[in-house]
Design a protein around this ligand. Structure first.
Ligand SMILES: [Zn+2]
Length: 88
């Protein structure tokens, strides 16, 4: 199958792709092929993966104060806006 898929299609399905939620093998192969050919989408996937890893690391099963704090801290790191949820 040699259906060309667009960057938008790849980027729009990255979460599903990384999580192994794409059941359509043809589509999955299309994404893989596109990622090999497209540096931009590869970069985008790396970023998405990093974000997911971050979420996995800082998401312990029970939600705790520590969780909220670390999420807030991570968001502050990423976001230019510093005034999200500071310690009150
Ligand atoms: Zn692309």
């Amino acid at each position: 199958m040699n259906k060309n898929i667009t960057c938008n299609e790849v980027k729009g399905n990255l979460y599903e792709y990384i999580n192994g939620e794409i059941k359509d093998n043809v589509f999955k192969t299309d994404i893989e092929n596109h990622l090999q050919a497209c540096a931009d989408c590869r970069l985008h996937m790396e970023r998405t993966k990093n974000t997911l890893n971050l979420l996995n690391i800082i998401t312990p099963p029970p939600l705790s104060q520590g969780f909220l704090k670390s999420v807030t801290r991570e968001i502050e790191k990423i976001s230019p806006k510093k005034s999200l949820e500071k310690d009150r």
